[in-house]
Write a protein that binds this ligand. Sequence first.
Ligand SMILES: NC(=O)NC1=NC(=O)NC1=O
Length: 233
Amino acid sequence: MHVKVINPNTSRDMTETIGACAREVAAHVTAVSPAMGPASIESHYDEALAVPGVLSELHGADAYVIACFGDPGLDAAREVADGPVLGLAEAAMHVATLVSRSFSVVTTLGRTVQRARDLADRYGCAAACRGVHACEIPVLDLDDEACDLVAEVAEAALREDRSEAIVLGCAGMGAYTKEIARRIDAPVIDGVQAAVTLAESLVRLGLTTSRKGEYAAPPPKPYAGLLAEFALR
Ligand SMILES: NC(=O)NC1=NC(=O)NC1=O
């Protein structure tokens, strides 16, 4: 079973971190980053510019994970991938509802908070998502020292929201998962590990994206300019 984990940003260190987290829960994982895209994703603009690169990587595996908490390009990926596709937010939020009645999201910048709330609503998890809290830390500053800050925000989130679990709102936080769970004595869900595990489960169930309707293959048409190189068709 081969799961391809696609880091939509082009920061190699993050791709390494993401791959290491994924390999803790799955045997055959390839962690990649597209040749083109933003160094990190912290805005709608970054997210839009990350999608063509994500779509160009959807080949050569049994299942795919889009390893960014905004789930960039998830719906488009499901129209063209040859196996199931999971996003971090969707996977982590659903896993959180399997171990708690309510969860809080701890994310990077305040400007991405509403996006996380929108995704909770889209995935049917709005009632369980008691709050989204930002650490106000840029994605590429999520180094070892940042773990303390993320843990503090997680502890405060549980208290303020009266929630029962924490969803980490960035692929770059995955290395903190066990340490934060130890400090706050509550389940902490890393989207990378949740998505990889669910991806493998779908393959084991013999399930992939339905082609009946919204996720049917896109209608054939020309794609002009640079997109012609990346359009998977
Ligand atoms: N909320 C976030 O900042 N998400 C992310 N930006 C990235 O570049 N990767 C993420 O997971």
